[in-house]
Design a protein around this ligand. Structure first.
Ligand SMILES: [Zn+2]
Length: 335
């Protein structure tokens, strides 16, 4: 059960039942095209059980392709935009303080980034800054739209992320172009500001920023919001209901990082890079997955064998199509 003080609840969601979603997920083999725009996020059963204040009607919700969750902590709200499946189910987190909004991550596909921007506008507060959690394309391609729509917002990332984007960003966009055409960014948005580890106060909200290497990506930001008892783990932690993205061979160190997250105190709820927020127990289920993936990787000669074995090992997890995608990158790195 989710912690009683987390209060994450669904404000709006494109209409899609869980069974419909599962059919889509099962049929959504690469390259993620041809899904109807209403292929929004699956409903997290934990969240469905979560009590709290009644859901509020959102005027724009009926047309929105993604899903929005809102959680209120006194004067602070965390708004989570979850993309449809063809956008990798990626989240953009919007932290709304008393006077401003801080945006974390920018979506893969431009139309979804545009929905994020339109939603932020409805909050009626300026965007203080945009923070990029790591250099994977599904988190930054849409920064092109966000920086166009919020030209005053500076883009922050950990030291090293801008270099990664300068080195590999354009090639990543080019690799997505055949699948997504003009829905993917045309240019790489390079962060111009560096975010440092440690405690920061932004618009009266405390963020304890953490820097991790060699996990799901080479370099990953996380943040504890102690007053809200929230860990923003991005792609360090995955939902127990979805496949974990294993795109690089950092299995051992990723498990070490997850043990470190477990040791942190002061949070109950984890917002993650893909899918709806999870409880601390999702760290253990992520470790179990990575441990198994490591074994399968050691025993598999190629991407196809790895992907098939991993899907067989976790038949009930959604986003099976992402396993093929991950396997391709994982094995390409070895050539
Ligand atoms: Zn991701």
């Amino acid at each position: 059960m989710p912690p009683s003080n987390s209060g994450f609840q669904r404000l709006s969601q494109a209409a899609l039942s869980r069974s419909q979603f599962l059919q889509l997920a099962a049929g959504a083999l690469l390259p993620f095209v041809g899904l109807p725009p209403s292929a929004a996020a699956a409903k997290n059963p934990e969240l469905a059980q979560n009590g709290g204040a009644p859901a509020t009607k959102d005027a724009a919700a009926s047309d929105r392709m993604g899903a929005i969750l809102v959680s209120q902590f006194g004067p602070v709200k965390i708004h989570s935009y979850l993309s449809p499946l063809d956008g990798f189910h990626v989240n953009t987190q919007m932290i709304e303080g008393p006077t401003a909004v801080v945006i974390f991550d920018g979506q893969l596909l431009l139309p979804y980034a545009d929905e994020v921007a339109s939603y932020v506008r409805t909050l009626g507060k300026p965007v203080d800054r945009i923070i990029l959690s790591h250099a994977h394309t599904d988190h930054w391609s849409g920064l092109q739209v966000l920086t166009e729509r919020f030209p005053g917002a500076r883009v922050f990332a950990l030291d090293g992320v801008a270099d990664q984007l300068r080195a590999r960003g354009q090639a990543r966009l080019d690799s997505f172009r055949p699948t997504y055409g003009d829905r993917i960014a045309t240019k790489v948005t390079i962060p111009t500001e560096t975010i440092t580890e440690g405690v920061h106060r932004i618009d009266g909200i405390t963020y304890d920023f953490k820097r991790f290497v060699d996990a799901e990506s080479d370099l990953q930001l996380a943040a504890v919001l102690p007053e809200q008892k929230v860990l923003m783990a991005f792609d360090l932690v995955f939902s127990p209901t979805e496949h974990v993205f294993t795109v690089v061979d950092h299995f051992d160190h990723w498990m070490i990082v997850l043990e470190q997250l477990k040791a942190f105190q002061g949070y109950d709820t984890i917002t993650i890079g893909h899918d709806t927020p999870v409880h601390r127990s999702a760290i253990d289920s992520t470790i179990i997955y990575i441990k198994r993936a490591k074994e399968i990787h050691a025993a598999s000669a190629d991407a196809k064998a790895y992907s098939e074995s991993l899907k067989a090992a976790f038949p009930d997890r959604q986003l099976a199509s992402m396993v093929d995608f991950s396997a391709k990158l994982l094995y390409a790195a070895h050539r």
